[in-house]
Design a protein around this ligand. Structure first.
Ligand code: AMP
Length: 191
């Protein structure tokens, strides 16, 4: 399950994170060998330990990411994240949808048989949902539309859309993303 609390955008149908932090904890060996541009000091040895301690690890990572975001430039733009590397093609990803405004790809540490992230291509200050400006309503609507599109295609029996926001929301990558989760019965309440 996704850990932490969720901002109250949590929908069900019928039915650098620190860039480096994620690379350290979650990058599978195949990804590392497939991409030599990843940092050299990725800690493969600790990977299984960290995966077995996912919940507390996620919360810890969210704290670190929140701190890093607070300490970044001050204009709210936030530091680069793993998603910048995915968008630029520097890092691989398993894309499931792409259009002018949005990219959807599979989460590297899936919490359900289907776990897709939907992100805006242009972050434009959308490091987290609570940073959204009024003039960004269209892109927010578009991301939601893409989420339902990939959700209903991959999870015909229903799915869940989650946005983690900030430290208490256990957000660990400061580039807005919608989690689309499905392929199994979801439970309630979330952690
Ligand atoms: P959150 O905790 O809501 O910020 O979610 C961030 C998500 O991004 C987590 O579910 C991570 O597994 C996922 N993630 C981090 N790095 C990558 C990556 N390189 N490729 C795919 N998913 C990633």
């Amino acid at each position: 399950m996704i850990s932490g609390r969720f901002i109250p955008l949590l929908l069900a149908t019928s039915s650098s994170s620190r860039l480096l932090g994620y690379a350290t904890a979650f990058t599978p060996t195949s990804l590392i060998t497939a991409n030599s541009s990843l940092p050299k000091h990725i800690n493969i040895i600790n990977q299984s330990t960290k995966l077995s301690n996912m919940s507390s690890d996620e919360v810890e990572k969210a704290k670190v990411a929140a701190e890093e975001y607070k300490n970044s430039s001050g204009d709210g733009a936030g530091p680069d994240t793993a998603f910048d590397n995915i968008l630029s093609g520097k890092w691989p990803s398993e894309k499931v949808h792409e259009d002018d405004l949005a990219l959807a790809f599979r989460d590297i540490t899936p919490q359900a048989p289907v776990h897709i992230l939907v992100i805006p291509k242009n972050r434009d200050g959308l490091v987290k949902l609570s940073n959204a400006r009024e003039d960004q309503k269209d892109i927010l609507g578009h991301l939601m539309y893409v989420a339902q599109m990939v959700g209903k295609k991959e999870c015909p029996d229903g799915f869940r859309v989650v946005i983690n926001d900030g430290e208490h929301g256990a957000q660990s990558v400061y580039h807005l993303h919608l989690h689309v989760l499905g392929g199994r019965q979801m439970k309630w309440p979330p952690g």
